[in-house]
Design a protein around this ligand. Structure first.
Ligand code: IPM
Ligand code: MG
Length: 364
């Protein structure tokens, strides 16, 4: 099969990690008989610099004409003082909403080889952490009415949290479908003790759950959930939550795996189309120095193979390659620990390509 992938390298370490992910995809293609055509578009700070806006129409059109999208990272100190619509982050928000990507999947998995990087005590980690955060991505306070106005005490600013039944229903369905393929437990996270939008949210999740009798559903308020993630992360399988709570909890979940440089994400809508990106940012402090960890982006490419192209075996081959290279003791700076071998971004990419090539099919 031939697949067209729009690449949006973006800013900072984005271009370096995207280069390695494309090389690994090419290797997968050679080995399993697929071809991937990469078409690069501008997004983020680099787009502001070159064409004056973070998300040019050409980029949106290019993404829509592709089978899926692979994004590096956007933003950096250079653009921090811009306001409103010409911030690099607007590229991300615009892509999510224009491409209809309402479901954000953020797995937080602790690799066995990286246990030392986990800041939690071994008795808390137990046999490991494997959580899937399902974050609503095109609604809530990120997209509600906002603005400035004159109040009784002078200038005010406001943002609005608002959810429709339809928006909650579809994200809940995504979460339950994913839970069916995992450990069949969904934890809904909201703030229903305070927010009306959360009360609607919770009632819709409960309704959708009726269609999934095999899946257990429980509920946590977001403050408690943030505590439980650290107290006992093993109690979670799938977490479903709003845009903003998901933003916060997914960072927390990534931190307890000790390695934000390792975690991929998928943003999906209706159908197979999706946008895939590492959870980490553009890391301007190490950009262009061949120090970045490309694994999060490479694992994002694996998610693309699984969710957009239905290539499970090929996705698994990439994930096995990552395990193999970590088991061999190779580490980029962010996951380095004593006794391991420190390598750069391009060397990590090369080793992963090699591992994809050498892994026996039976191991895949
Ligand atoms: C994320 C990021 C974005 C978000 C920012 C950069 C707009 O934090 O993807 O988690 O808040 O969604
Ligand atoms: Mg975030």
């Amino acid at each position: 099969m031939k697949y067209v992938i729009a690449t949006l390298p973006g800013d900072g370490i984005g271009p370096e990690v995207i280069e390695q992910a494309c090389a690994v995809l090419d290797k997968v293609g050679q080995r399993y008989g697929h071809s991937f055509e990469f078409k690069e578009y501008l997004a983020g700070g680099v787009a502001i610099d070159q064409v004056g806006e973070p998300l040019p129409d050409e980029t949106v059109a290019g993404c829509l004409a592709s089978d899926s999208v692979l994004l590096g990272a956007v933003g950096g100190p250079k653009w921090d003082n811009l306001t409103g619509d010409i911030r690099p982050e607007q590229a991300l928000l615009g892509l999510r909403s224009k491409l209809g990507l309402y479901a954000n999947l953020r797995p937080a998995v602790l690799h066995k080889a990286l246990r030392d990087a986990c800041p939690l005590r071994p008795d808390i980690i137990g046999h490991g952490i494997d959580i899937m955060v399902v974050r609503e991505l095109t609604g809530g306070i990120y997209f509600g009415a906002s603005g400035r106005r004159l109040g009784p005490h002078g200038e005010e600013a406001y943002d609005t949290e608002s959810y429709s039944v339809m928006e909650v229903e579809r994200i809940a369905r995504t979460a339950f479908e994913i839970a069916l393929k995992r450990n069949r437990l969904v934890t809904n996270v909201d703030k229903a003790n305070v927010l009306e939008s959360s009360r609607l949210w919770r009632s819709v999740v409960i309704k959708v759950a009726e269609d999934y009798p095999e899946v257990e559903l429980n509920h946590l308020y977001v403050d408690n959930a943030s505590m439980q993630l650290i107290r006992d992360p093993r109690q979670f399988d799938v977490i479903v939550t709003t845009n903003m709570f998901g933003d916060i909890l997914s960072d927390e979940a990534s931190m307890i795996t000790g390695s934000i440089g390792m975690l991929p994400s998928a943003s999906l809508g209706k159908g197979q189309f999706g946008m895939y990106e590492p959870i980490h940012g553009s890391a301007p402090d190490i950009a262009g120095q061949d120090k970045a960890n490309p694994i999060a982006t490479i694992l994002s490419a694996a998610m693309m193979l699984r969710y957009s192209f239905d290539l499970e075996q090929e996705a698994q081959a990439i994930e096995d390659a990552v395990t193999r290279v970590l088991d061999a003791g190779c580490r980029t700076g962010d996951i380095m620990s004593p006794g391991m071998k420190l390598i750069g971004c391009s060397e990590m990419g090369r080793l992963l390509q090699e591992a994809v090539e050498l892994l026996q099919p039976s191991e895949n």
